[in-house]
Write a protein that binds this ligand. Structure first.
Ligand code: F6R
Length: 369
């Protein structure tokens, strides 16, 4: 039940802090990650894998992209993220040293199920990240790491997304522990960062109220672009997908570094561009690069809405609007930056008088290929 909320989506966005917290619950011991779900696989399987392939669709695939950045950094295993339907029908290379991770909220997505079955038949081990107990995909998998987001009713995925990212980060830290690629001290640091995320999301939920006005102002907007870099890139894709499905607006997400390779030609006066800005403390100094991207598009008349770390003074002179997010380690920023984009998609849909929970032409679980 909606319990006083205007839509299921509004309720489910409000539950994003709990979705993260409940997915961590019971999986941390002495500050380290312990995933008993991996026991049926055996530690030697995890020690011997030479590649991970993530298969998923839509928003779940964007969660997978974040998983790639984190798992490669922590566990030093190469990770490919593939749309399940593309993976299944191109004769992919799988061996008994490949670990396939499927991600699905419903556990019934036919495209993902077919990829899982194919992977199993090809001799790969399959671990599934799923939000629905006893669904078909978990039953076809060697192991399951359930997300504990609670039932998601709105067609557009919100709380399941942050729970999926949380589960993938736990998997990354678990594998890093087994393979010894990260010291216990560093694992503990990352676990503590992850555990701090729910309270920070709650903070973002409060400060993002102003987004409603932004949405009202944009009901006639024809096209919106989203830019992000590194872990901000999947968030740009997620922001764009939400606008397409909820507000029926043409939207594109780009890797900010790709701008000058084509997309900058789209920038004309008044074009709205959301930019996910990395922390100024980012060790790879991506912050500077993204700020200079903002300057480039601003000089061409773009209207810039920056999602940036609280107190980031460098973006202020160039952004028309800044949505602040709390400080967090770079892998954890996306779990905060995505929240205003979920709210924005919902508010724009509502401002246009559309059905927030049930967008046209879409179903909550896609059980056909
Ligand atoms: C977007 C959305 C879809 C799903 C995709 C996969 O908001 O909800 O893109 O993420 O259809 O669904 P699951 O996770 O159930 O396999």
């Amino acid at each position: 039940e909606k319990g006083g909320w205007s839509s299921f989506m509004a309720k489910e966005i409000s539950e994003e802090p709990d979705a993260v917290a409940n997915t961590i619950l019971g999986r941390v011991q002495d500050g380290l990650v312990r995933l008993t779900e991996f026991e049926p696989l055996g530690d030697d399987v995890i020690a011997n894998i030479d590649r991970i392939v993530v298969v998923a669709c839509g928003t779940a695939a964007y969660a997978g992209m974040l998983g790639k950045y984190a798992i490669e950094a922590w566990a030093r295993v190469p990770v490919d993220v593939e749309l399940a339907h593309e993976f299944r029908y191109r004769n992919p290379i799988l061996t008994d040293r490949t670990l396939v991770i499927s991600i699905s909220q419903s556990g019934e997505t036919m495209d993902t199920l077919m990829a899982v079955k194919f992977a199993s038949e090809s001799g790969a081990k399959v671990v599934s990240v799923c939000n629905t107990h006893g669904a078909t995909i978990p039953r076809e998998s060697d192991a399951v790491v359930y997300t504990h987001a609670g039932p998601e009713v709105a067609v557009a995925s919100t709380k399941a997304f942050v729970a999926q990212v949380t589960a993938l980060y736990l998997i990354g830290l678990h594998i890093a522990g087994v393979r010894g690629t990260l010291s216990d001290e560093l694992i503990r640091e990352n676990v503590a960062e992850l555990q701090a995320v729910p309270a920070k999301i709650s903070e973002v939920l409060v400060t993002s109220q102003s987004i409603k006005q932004l949405a009202h102002w944009m009901t006639d907007t024809q096209s919106v672009l989203f830019l992000g870099r590194h872990v901000g890139y999947p968030i740009a894709l997620e922001g764009a997908l939400k606008l397409k499905e909820l507000a029926y607006i043409h939207a594109e997400g780009f890797a900010a570094g790709e701008l000058k390779h084509g997309p900058i030609a789209l920038i004309e006066p008044g074009q709205v561009v959301f930019v996910i800005v990395p922390s100024p403390r980012d060790p790879n100094s991506l912050h500077k690069k993204v700020v200079s991207n903002i300057q480039e598009i601003r000089a061409r008349g773009a209207r810039v809405i920056a999602i940036a770390e609280k107190g980031d003074a460098a973006v202020l002179p160039f952004a028309d609007e800044v949505i602040p997010i709390p400080l967090a380690g770079s892998f954890f920023e996306p779990l905060l930056a995505v929240i205003p984009l979920h709210i924005f998609g919902m508010e724009l849909s509502a401002a246009k008088g559309l059905d927030v929970d049930q967008p046209r032409n879409l179903a909550k679980s896609v059980t056909v290929e």
